[in-house]
Ligand binder design. Structure first.
Ligand code: SF4
Length: 295
């Protein structure tokens, strides 16, 4: 009944004719000894937090504790949808532009000590709500689809956590934003009609696209480059889902991609695993910002 990796998840879905969301819901109910209603009740709280954190900073910008963030999501929103927005559409298109603004908004909430859903972590918390909420809104999919998207993403996240890591300190940003992007890509693929196989193709592609991405938060704060990494995580999820839905195959199965991501992460030098000693954080400007943020 349970699944421990992508292969067993696909086998379960095929045997029971289920979507990934249905498999995850059943897992929650059986292992948690609970009901569908109880699972949905908990999800409802998370979804409300996701809605608030994606929308509020676009209305009312907040400044982060370290001072590196504040107002970026509103700026992106206005550049895409404001009076002077490019015609006929924003450069990234309407749904992706919305998803990017939403994802960046969540990072502003997080960095100002507001309430977010760490899905799978605080640093990568914009990718999943940005992707799922924008798609559900723009494609008129309704409230049930949001639950299905989150459940689908949860299954992928659980597999990555079980077999690898979602920690930037352990395996770099590829494990945080990369995992979030894989989760979101799988959810997006299901929301747009993809089979479980297509979902994991999308997830595999998303992981491979961010393979090797280092964790290098300036001044050790989850602000920058974290916010723009969430925008990239969303963009990667959209692209990976679209490729998988079009039938483009990724040659590496999801489980092997998860293993590869973990091995790459463990081989990263410690300077590039959330110590704020390398990458963006280790540049002269990054070091300067470190001093001004701390004092
Ligand atoms: S750079 Fe590090 S802290 Fe920032 S989102 Fe990536 S993994 Fe998280």
């Amino acid at each position: 009944m349970d699944f421990i990796n992508g292969e067993s998840l696909l086998a379960l879905c095929a045997a029971e004719n289920m979507t990934i969301s249905q498999a995850m819901l059943r897992r929650e109910m059986i292992l948690g000894e609970t009901t569908r209603e109880a699972v949905y009740e908990k999800l409802a709280r998370s979804i409300q937090i996701m809605k608030d954190s994606t929308h509020n900073p676009i209305e009312t910008p907040v400044t982060s504790m370290g001072g590196l963030l504040g107002g970026e999501s509103k700026a992106v929103w206005q550049s895409a949808f404001g009076a002077k927005s490019p015609q006929p559409a924003p450069l990234c298109g309407t749904t992706l532009s919305k998803a990017i603004a939403y994802a960046m908004a969540v990072l502003e909430v997080n960095a100002s000590m507001g309430l977010i859903v760490a899905a799978p972590t605080a640093g990568s918390s914009g990718v999943i709500p940005g992707t799922i909420l924008s798609i559900c809104e723009d494609y008129g999919l309704g409230e049930d689809a949001i639950y299905e998207g989150i459940l689908n993403a949860s299954a992928v996240g659980y597999i990555i956590m079980r077999n690898a890591s979602v920690s930037g300190a352990e395996a770099g940003c590829q494990a945080e934003v990369g995992a979030a992007s894989a989760m979101a890509a799988s959810a997006a693929a299901q929301l747009l009609g993809g089979s479980p196989q297509v979902c994991l193709q999308a997830a595999s592609m998303a992981l491979s696209n961010l393979l090797g991405l280092v964790c290098d938060p300036i001044a050790g704060l989850v602000e920058s480059p974290c916010q723009s990494r969430n925008a990239i995580g969303v963009s990667n999820a959209f692209t990976s889902a679209q490729l998988a839905l079009a039938g483009v195959k990724h040659p590496i199965p999801f489980d092997e991609m998860v293993d590869a991501m973990y091995k790459v992460g463990l081989s990263l030098p410690f300077e590039l695993r959330e110590t704020a000693l390398g990458g963006c954080a280790g540049t002269p400007t990054g070091c300067q910002l470190c001093t001004s943020c701390i004092h």
